[in-house]
Design a protein around this ligand. Structure first.
Ligand SMILES: *Cc1c(COP(=O)(O)O)cnc(C)c1O
Length: 443
């Protein structure tokens, strides 16, 4: 970006100076819309979410066979919601302020097969593709027992086709594992941020891992290029895919059911705040979409990003979306939160979801390390750095009286609030790697 454009941008959006200085900050969008209006912009609705949910139900019989760890939940890939009362005490101590309402954690960190939120979208898109191919070949019907896909003959069939994806680690892990299991030939293009253990793990599954010295944007572009030259190769486009997005969105109805079982209300007098770590935006965007579809205007979604990779905040705040990257304003996109190391946000998610996301905040890698350690010590939960980005969200929301007034949420309603931190990954992190993370805490 040239000097002139940069000066104009900075005078129009002074918040960018804080981003450039890598200071933790937050922005609560004053232009949020009602659910009806917001959903229209996305161009997807209840019906598409329902179809995704039904497709996942059809595949449950396959998943229990191919991945026995999914048997205890009947082949449905879902995570628990738990109270984190010790963390609640700790946050109040750390910030010297009370936090009212209930503090909970969504354990996508412990989802089967991939150990991260990518077990929602990534696996869903591969299953959708496999179903389509098998149906086109006359080998599968919706009414069949999908358990039959777990067979040598289907693996032979899928081996004629390939799948490619670019990733900072976890998306590659989920797509690589499920694709290889089905029998596809699969290439994962990994950015420089990707952890060695994630690459090693994929290779043991027979996945072709291609490594880059550059960041996520380059890895995605290379994956796309590989697929373009080959009609039998399907490219999973993390920057634009509506199928990935729908796979994530099913989380909304699942959470609603879990809340019913726990007797947790979400309505005008019982607001729900959800804190979602954001990379390119597909995961948190899709989950937020699904949450809005079930809880309507009573759920408030807030995205968390590293100070070194605030791509969604930058894109939505300036209205430039995928036309601007953090590198354009001199930010390096180097962070220990490998799942969030994205310099340019999804244009699809930013444009279509901006009216449905209440706010955005940034935090330093050190804050993530500190809460990673506290999560381990206080709640015996092992998470990766990206996955703890949501932890401080409730303190940022409670401190923002202007935002709460705008939502007409007084202290009585806030006393009934549920704050849900979406923990997005970590259960598969190797022991030594976890020890290294824990050692980085200074608290
Ligand atoms: C991918 C990922 C995210 C963010 O998802 P995006 O779709 O990239 O926004 C958050 N946390 C973890 C651990 C991830 O792997």
């Amino acid at each position: 970006m040239n000097r002139l454009n940069m000066d104009t941008l900075l005078s129009k959006f002074p918040l960018l100076k804080t981003l450039i200085a890598l200071q933790p900050t937050s922005w609560f969008n004053p232009n949020i819309t009602s659910v009806e209006e917001g959903m229209k912009l996305v161009g997807l609705g209840q019906q598409e979410i329902q179809q995704a949910s039904e497709r996942l139900n059809r595949f449950a019989a396959y998943l229990t066979k191919a991945f026995p760890e999914t048997t205890k939940n009947n082949g449905i890939i879902e995570s628990e919601v738990i109270d984190i009362a010790e963390m609640k005490k700790q946050l109040q101590l750390d910030y010297g302020k009370p936090l009212t309402g209930r503090l909970m954690l969504k354990k996508d960190s412990h989802l089967p097969i991939a150990g991260s939120i990518k077990a929602r979208g990534g696996i869903y898109e591969v299953l959708t593709h496999a179903e389509k191919l098998a149906m086109q070949a006359g080998l599968l019907e919706e009414s069949d027992d999908y358990g039959k896909l777990c067979s040598e003959s289907f693996r032979q069939f899928f081996s004629q086709y390939s799948i490619a994806v670019g990733s900072t680690g976890n998306l590659g892990l989920s797509i690589g594992i499920i694709s290889a299991k089905l029998g596809f030939s699969v290439s994962v293009h990994m950015s420089a941020d990707a952890r060695q253990w994630k690459k090693d793990k994929l290779r043991t599954h027979g996945v072709n891992v291609v490594e880059y010295e550059q960041d996520y944007g380059v890895a995605v572009a290379q994956g796309r290029k590989e697929a373009e030259g080959d009609a039998n190769c399907f490219f999973i486009d993390d920057e634009n895919s509506q199928i990935l997005f729908l796979g994530y969105s099913v989380a909304g109805q699942r959470l609603s059911q879990q809340f019913n079982e726990l007797g947790i209300k979400v309505d005008q007098d019982h607001p729900l705040f959800v804190y979602l770590p954001c990379g390119v935006g597909g995961g948190p965007g899709g989950v937020a979409f699904g949450l809005k579809a079930v809880f309507g205007d009573h759920v408030h979604c807030i995205f968390a990003e590293p100070t070194h990779s605030p791509c969604m905040l930058l894109g939505v705040h300036t209205g430039l979306h995928d036309q601007i990257s953090v590198q354009d304003i001199g930010i390096d996109n180097v962070t220990a939160a490998d799942g969030l190391a994205v310099g340019r946000a999804s244009g699809f998610v930013g444009r279509s979801m901006q009216g449905l996301i209440d706010g955005y905040y940034t935090l330093s890698d050190q804050t993530m390390y500190n809460y990673l350690q506290k999560m381990d010590r206080l709640e015996s939960l092992q998470l990766e750095p990206s996955a703890v980005a949501g932890v401080i969200g409730p303190m940022i929301v409670s401190a923002n009286s202007e935002y709460l007034q705008r939502l007409k949420l007084d202290q009585y309603k806030m006393a009934n609030a549920t704050h849900l931190i979406w923990a997005t990954g970590g259960s598969m992190v190797p022991e030594q790697e976890m020890q290294d993370y824990l050692a980085k805490s200074v608290d």
